[in-house]
Design a protein around this ligand. Structure first.
Ligand SMILES: Nc1ncnc2c1ncn2[C@@H]1O[C@H](COP(=O)(O)OP(=O)(O)OP(=O)(O)O)[C@@H](O)[C@H]1O
Length: 489
């Protein structure tokens, strides 16, 4: 068992500041969402993970989150090209696009998550799922009224994308590294980009008593746990189990215009082996939605952009980090989700989910990738239907996992890449399963089915439409990474 994954994570994510910027360059991404993980020994949250999909979520979880809040019309999408004339040629990168009323043009459709959450219709809050009237069966088609309401709420006042609905799509104005200036969040989040590793002295006896409630023995037990050995002696102490707010983002559309790279640390629940071996106690204490303390010797506190405690299930996480990426891509901006962390910490669970749950039927353990593609296809279909007159054509092209090479002329490229054109979410999921099966898997001390290879799932989305006798072309890449786990703490 690794001692403190936070310690190992920190140098990678923060001390080497160019890490995420370099990644952005390699991928050509204008926005990167980084999902990171922390191994946790903690109490299982009383069945909270059993939440059924397709139900409106608890408003606390919904009102806060890592999601785009508004459309930045002042910045050109990465891949926007306008073609003119009967034989159109790309003329220029569209630097000052006219402010669209919808994602690409005039209409804004009500959108649903893969599980049927409807975004555009209710749009009372940011995502439109807090209100029951916003949840419709996925098979229902949208009415014109709902389109209008969706469009209004999407762009809100002043056309800056204020208000509800996932359509509250914002894209970062500039490519940034982790630093953020002049942000509304700069004060309260000032530590996000430059997290303080506040290593304090070993806690005093009174502090231990307060934490574990049994006045002693805690650190002995913890030391055993820490090394992966069954604890013995005193009963396992309980660390603070109070739920803290997670995804504490405010309803501020400017957030995603000013923050390109965000790091989310997800804490997974204890598994049955850990509970049997160590009981229900944990070595991490979440202090707030941004900071967490490792209760070791010495105690150490860490701050991240966002912390997702174990009660954040796949659906919530998807809405917070996955859904904005789809929106971003459909607007022509590259996006990337990157799962990094210790072996057994939950990267594959987050990115792919459990394999048996990856069939077309929605399952609560499906990960970000199938959810993202299901949502992507639903959105494409809705857009194409609503904009038939513009001959809107959206083509996702899937690029499977292969070797990354670097060439003086070509730069970074993927060798022997074949591309598959896909027509449905089923096609994508089948390819995804095929790719996952050819992934090297082996047992580690912490994970019986540990991914021993990196997985990169790339989808290029091309969008072509005609309007006012000109043809428009837009394209973007969506990169989803599930890295092989590190066994080092
Ligand atoms: N949030 C979660 N809720 C429930 N179970 C989880 C969660 N995260 C991970 N798990 C479970 O923990 C185990 C390890 O997760 P997973 O295989 O995703 O780890 P990993 O980080 O990908 O490991 P490796 O790097 O070794 O491949 C799996 O059995 C998975 O189902």
């Amino acid at each position: 068992m690794v001692r403190s994954p936070v310690v190992s994570m920190e140098p990678c994510l923060y001390e080497n500041r160019s890490w995420s910027a370099d990644l952005g360059k390699i991928l050509g991404a204008r926005q990167i969402v980084v999902v990171s993980f922390k191994y946790s020994i903690r109490m299982l949250g009383g069945g909270k993970n059993e939440e059924t999909e397709n139900l409106p979520l608890n408003s606390n979880a919904l009102s806060s989150g890592l999601i785009h809040g508004g459309l930045d019309s002042s910045r050109a999408p990465f891949g926007a090209i306008q073609e003119t004339g009967p034989n159109p040629k790309p003329e220029r990168m569209d630097k000052t696009p006219t402010k669209p009323k919808g994602r690409y043009g005039d209409t804004m459709l009500p959108l649903r998550t893969p599980d049927g959450h409807n975004f555009g219709v209710s749009a009372r809050n940011r995502f439109g799922w807090a209100k029951s009237e916003g949840t419709l069966p996925a098979s229902e088609t949208a009415s014109d009224d709902s389109l209008a309401e969706g469009a209004n709420s999407y762009y809100g006042q002043g056309g800056r994308g204020i208000g509800g609905g996932i359509g509250g799509l914002a894209t970062p104005r500039t490519t940034r590294t982790l630093a953020r200036a002049n942000s509304n969040y700069s004060e309260s989040y000032s530590v996000q980009s430059t997290p303080n590793k506040s290593v304090s002295k070993p806690p005093s006896v009174s502090c231990r008593s307060k934490v574990d409630g049994n006045g002693g023995g805690r650190w002995g037990n913890f030391a055993a746990l820490y090394k992966g050995l069954p604890s013995s002696g005193n009963p396992p102490p309980l660390v603070n189990t109070v739920e803290v707010p997670h995804f504490d983002l405010k309803e501020d559309p400017s957030f995603w215009m000013e923050h390109n790279v965000q790091v989310v640390v997800r804490v997974r629940p204890l598994n049955s082996w850990e509970k049997n071996a160590h009981g229900n106690y944990r070595c991490l204490k979440q202090e707030s939605s941004h900071s967490i303390t490792w209760i070791g010797q010495p105690e150490a506190g860490f701050t991240f952009d966002h912390l997702a405690c174990e009660s954040v299930d796949q659906e919530v996480l998807f809405r917070m980090v996955g859904l904005p990426m789809v929106e971003n891509c459909l607007s022509g901006y590259n996006s990337c989700m990157f799962a990094y962390g210790q072996t057994g910490s939950g990267k594959t669970y987050t990115m792919l989910g459990e394999m048996e749950a990856m069939e077309l039927q929605p399952g609560q353990h499906r990960g970000m990738t199938p959810r993202i593609f299901k949502f992507l296809f639903a959105t494409i279909q809705a857009e194409e239907e609503s904009r038939r007159d513009e001959k809107l054509n959206l083509q996702p092209v899937l690029i499977p996992c292969l070797w990354l090479r670097e060439d003086v002329k070509k730069g970074v490229y993927v060798e022997n890449l074949s591309e598959f054109e896909v027509q449905s979410v089923g096609g994508i999921l089948r390819l995804l399963i095929q790719g996952s099966l050819s992934r090297k898997v082996a047992a580690t001390s912490m994970n019986r089915e540990s991914s021993r290879s990196h997985s990169v799932f790339t989808c290029v989305i091309k969008c072509r439409w005609e309007k006012d006798s000109s043809a428009n072309l837009r394209f973007a890449r969506l990169n989803l990474f599930d890295l092989a786990g590190s066994e080092r703490g």
